[in-house]
Design a binder for this molecule. Structure first.
Ligand code: BT5
Length: 321
């Protein structure tokens, strides 16, 4: 597919581009436009004025996602599937080969999308980003707490950028806007590590199952517009790559700042469940290496891996699971 031509049309922000500006071989330009149209891109043609971009394809476009991606590791290989059980399973299956480090698996639909502890992830076909990334992290980055934070930070940044709204991380793996969940992260470890991310892109309010209507949201609901999921996938892959690359170069601490900045809980009263009991206090610091600092009757440091659950100790803001 001629993606540079697509980019040229998109760059004209709705204006017509004369066909001779799209290439010197006019027959070739017509062929490339037909190919884009038959994939599903909306292109308007005019006999004299040329062609104008009118909207993205309804399905994910692998060529568009890969074009000029510019990442070092995440997205070195990209596989787009129509319907799978779970993208996490496909990514895990590719872990037999180190050459698949950075593999991104995307699907239009999951027959058995999952959350943590046997919960399900709901996404009408073609509505969301359902993405899994296979990585072979060095020991310092291999903790599931770090990998979960990586997925959550990257997803929150993309949501904030695309909506202009504050996107925050609810411990440990929810990305929320105004208290409603827009993305979730599921890290699974086998040989290698799989970071699974579900991000609600084009789900309309009425498309959520009854039980999620008050707790979930999507980019479409927040912005009032359908989003181009291929561009969204590119943005997410790039953010994952930036933070992972920084982690490789500078160590796990490098994710602390964005993780703290996006936390819903920092500076607030929380209750932590740990193997040695429950503790309440103000969450004064979040550090992926040194743990959580809780100030209550005394100051405690609790390692990220020892936090079984964290819940707000004030109000009733905890609307998603
Ligand atoms: C998660 O689990 O939030 C992790 C979700 C990870 C999904 C991705 S999609 C790609 C990859 N392949 C998979 O099979 N999974 C990953 P958890 O914290 O357990 O939250 C699950 C709960 O979130 C459910 O029990 C619902 O209450 C809620 N939920 C389900 N679908 C949702 C949605 N689309 N939007 C908001 N909330 C949802």
């Amino acid at each position: 597919m001629n993606i540079p031509l697509l980019c040229r049309l998109r760059g004209a922000t709705g204006d017509f581009v004369p066909l001779d500006e799209l290439g010197s071989d006019l027959q070739g330009v017509h062929r490339d436009l037909r190919e884009l149209e038959s994939f599903g891109f909306a292109i308007e043609r005019h006999p004299y004025r040329g062609a104008a971009y009118r909207g993205p394809a309804a399905r994910l476009c692998p060529d568009q996602i890969e074009h000029d991606l510019g990442t070092r590791r995440v997205g070195r290989r990209i596989a787009v599937w129509n319907r799978v059980a779970s993208t996490n399973d496909l990514a895990a299956r590719a872990a037999g080969s180190l050459a698949n480090d950075g593999l991104v698996v995307l699907a239009e639909e999951q027959a058995a999308g999952r959350g943590r502890r046997g919960r399900t992830w709901v996404a009408p076909a073609g509505s969301s980003l359902l993405m899994s990334v296979l990585l072979f992290p060095p020991p310092a980055l291999a903790e599931s707490g770090w990998l979960t934070a990586l997925g959550a930070v990257a997803a929150a940044e993309v949501v904030a950028e695309w909506t202009g709204l504050p996107a925050q991380i609810k411990w440990p793996n929810d990305v929320r806007v105004h208290g409603r969940k827009i993305a979730g992260v599921l890290v699974e470890r086998a040989h290698g590590a799989v970071i699974g991310i579900g991000l609600n892109a084009n789900i309309a309010a009425g498309e959520f199952p009854e039980g999620l209507r008050d707790s979930a949201t999507s980019l479409r609901i927040l912005s009032g517009e359908r989003v181009d999921r291929s561009e969204l996938a590119r943005a997410l892959i790039r953010r994952l790559d930036v933070w992972y690359d920084l982690g490789l170069a500078q160590g796990p601490e490098s994710l602390n700042r964005p993780w703290r900045d996006r936390s819903e809980h920092l500076g607030r009263p929380v209750t932590l469940s740990t193997p040695s009991g429950q503790f309440s206090g103000r969450l004064d610091d979040l550090d992926l290496v040194h743990g959580l600092t809780l100030t209550g009757d005394q100051v405690r440091r609790i390692h990220v891996q020892d936090v079984l659950a964290l819940s707000p100790a004030e109000g009733n803001e905890d609307r998603s699971s």
